[in-house]
Design a protein around this ligand. Sequence first.
Ligand code: SAH
Length: 492
Amino acid sequence: MFLTISTTGTPDRPATDLGFLLHKHPDKAQVFSTAQGKAHVLYPEADDQRCTAALLLEIDPVALVRKGKGKGRGGAPDAALAQYVNDRPYAASSLLAVALSTVFKSALRGVCTAKPELVGRKLPLTVEVPALPARGGAALVTKLFEPLGWTVTAEPVPLDAQFPDWGDSRYVRLVLEGEQVLAEALRHLYVLLPVLDDAKHYWVAPDEVDKLLRAGEGWLAEHPEHKLITSRYLSRRWSLTREAMDRLELVRLADLDDLAVEEVDNAVDETTDTEEKPVPLAVQRRDAIIEALKGAGAHRVLDLGCGQGQLVQALLKDVTFTEIVGVDVSMRALTIAARRLKLERMGERQASRVQLFQGSLAYTDKRLKGYDAAVLSEVIEHLDLPRLPALEYAVFGSARPATVLVTTPNVEYNVRWESLPAGHVRHGDHRFEWTREEFRMWAGQVAERHGYGVEFRPVGPDDPEVGPPTQMAVFTISSTTETTTAKGEKAA
Ligand code: SAH
């Protein structure tokens, strides 16, 4: 099995720069041992105008079985034979993705010591994979690569050219063309080749979630097919898929149900997962927030740090909430939120209930005054600790809604995430994660400083030992006068 990556040069940039980026010299043919066989890297062409690197993977299917690395997930009756007679030597499968990540490790991480200035630069790239197993056919191949900026040619390969009646095989010849940063292009392939193959040849280990999130950084969250990609990549293991979704943070999906549908559709020749489909934590959190808002009798609500607008969308569906304002510092998140809510096409009545605007919670803002309630859902942990007093003052000192809901991860629960290495936070952008005790301390002090009462509620399964995955504080105002800042200065 093989793939080639080509680029063309310009007067100020020779095409052979590709060799620097890949950390493989164009003049040498090299061989690497990988867990599954031998990987060869060679350059069929390399001059200033054009440079092509080829990765050729020589698979040893028998050795794979002996080492026990070739086991599928189930115990299908023909599995024994399939382990020896299969398409692995030819088809660009997850094994190619593994080889890619072994042989081009630095390139994948975007490291280039010899010419660091090349790393972030977009190059005209052409990637060719002559035999790509594509479950979902050419149409799905296009749907996966096109949103990433590739021009896609995916030609179905006939089963046998001499017998056109036999129809097409499940393989396509893939050509991708586009101006891309090489490291990103490699990460697209690393994730999407196994997704298209859709039959991982090794057991999905819990650290696969980490690998997926790392390789998907910067593109997966916004990919229109992120659900399918995540679910397939993780071999449809529900607990892992849900966890990846939860940890992607910005991909809070109201409709993980679609995943279940895909799962059923595709469960033809695979051992079906017996794991029960749980309610995603993000959904449980949203439900808990809505319940608390109703309990507080809130009608006009601020969603502070609203992200991509999932909560705003849920609140809009409930007529109890007459005015909903989403605020976020990230313009990109707000753009996605506006798209999700279909703000442009919304009827006048509906539109009059909702507003999105950009703002930073580190500053007081007059526009935030006068609401019944404010929600800070999974927001505080995104601020550096020294910035928290500023947020505290902006919300509790200045805006002063009657009710404030704050949710944040309970770090004690992290040991229950199957795939989270010890000592890691759940999401790369979390500046801190608190224990229940730490959260209670902070919230208690905030309440006292600003004239609020506070109570705590678990969100998600309340583990007897480590507590719930999400913790929520419900603040209720007790005095209506403006308060002093954390530093004791008089409020403006
Ligand atoms: N509330 C959403 C999103 C949580 S992610 C949810 O529960 O799904 C955290 C969000 O806080 C991000 O969208 C981020 O842009 C926003 N954020 C971080 N710091 C902020 C600040 N200083 N002011 C406003 N929003 C901020």
